[in-house]
Design a protein around this ligand. Sequence first.
Ligand code: BG6
Length: 485
Amino acid sequence: MSNMGYTFVIFGASGDLTSRKLIPALYNLYRKGRLGDDLAVYGVSRSEFSDDDWRTSLKETTAKFAGARFHEDAWNEFAQHVFYIAADATKTEEMVSLKAQLDEKEADAARTRIYYLSMSPKLYEQTICNMGVAGMSDESDGARRIVIEKPFGTDLATSQQLNHCAHQVFQEDQIYRIDHYLGKETVQNLMVLRFANSIFEPIWNRNYVDHVQITVAEEVVIGRRAGYYDHSGILRDMFQNHILQLMTITAMEAPAKYEANSVRDEKVKVLKSVRPISPDQIGNETVRAQYMGYLKEEGVPKGSQTATFAALRLCIDNWRWQGVPFYLRSGKGLSCRTSQIVVQFRQPPHLLFNRKRALESNRLVIQIQPNEGIQLHFQTKVPDAGMEMRLTDLDFRFDSEFSGSMPEAYERLLLDAAEGDPGLFARSDEVELAWSIIDPIIAGWASKSAPRLYWYETGSWGPKESTDWMYSQGREWFDVCPVLK
Ligand code: BG6
């Protein structure tokens, strides 16, 4: 199959994701020769455009979003493979006609076709259903795959319903649920760090690790996304997908093989081991907050209680992690953009030196973005100062070790979808289990006994109460903007 040509059909072609991420990623893949010459990219949406109009507008956006990787000649070559078809995917007859047009254009040879749902999630079910009626999952003329953008449902019930609908038309191995965090190089490197080295695994457990912190901090505020964000809030937007994915990869056991289902089986086991937070514990195990000024953002309803910041303490009830809390935290409008996993090790069992002062113990900081890399913190003797010690570090940075720029997450994911490797996509059970962890928290926050919604200033590390909450457990957030500059 891999020698066949590839056809990408992007539903929601006039949307932001298409111009910001999908087209620049396809352009880069093409430029690097990863998709071969036999490539066709069709944009589909309701607006009327000619091929040329669409190419012109994409040229401008790609130049902006692909940055230094944009080269006019390469673009012009790529643009020859880009086409536009106006159709309303929610109308059955238009989908049938779209299928006929695609078949006609590609009548000469079997091809791998990747359908990408990048339109409003409200339209997913109807679109998939129409694809079923039009027979678009039929693989007699080459592989057919569907990539579904997040959010995959808005809770467990809707995600089950969407899975049910998708399974009526496509087989599970044709369905690629995207979580772009899995396409980030550093997230994949986390598995390499853990399972291609022998020094970390023996200490990666309750005997040596005190706790784990996963922070995805964003400096940006919600801007003009209130329509989506106010319904979604931080838990649906960042935790159910990206942050739980980071947690599963940090916590999982080594899979039997590096192969999609073996890896996903291990991730699923972690999600199944997460201790449910009971309604009466929501106030102890979570902190929620909203940045000051959120209520003034365009389109935010008066008095909205939507959280733009959350901190959760999750416990994983298995042999490896019993008693080791995982602190997960994310927010908009924070001090800086940084995504980091901090593995905080225990104190040495016996303090030989400077026993008056509590030592800062070892930590491993995995910086996912920006400035991707890893830092190991350890105590060192300050020279010529008796036995005074200081926490120092060893740094590893991708960009000083390797040349070339880091590929965008979407490049890797689109290539994997084309080549039929679902390893970096979420399986149906994974998505549903993630919702079953998040749903009770959302319900708890909406209930009468909900914990207070705190406030924080933009440019901070969230509400003071989140810092106090950690202190009250004898721990401290690692509030450091990218450690690797
Ligand atoms: C998206 C969220 O999934 O991820 C956004 O909807 C968020 O709210 C974004 O800003 C963060 O992605 P990244 O790759 O910039 O960390």
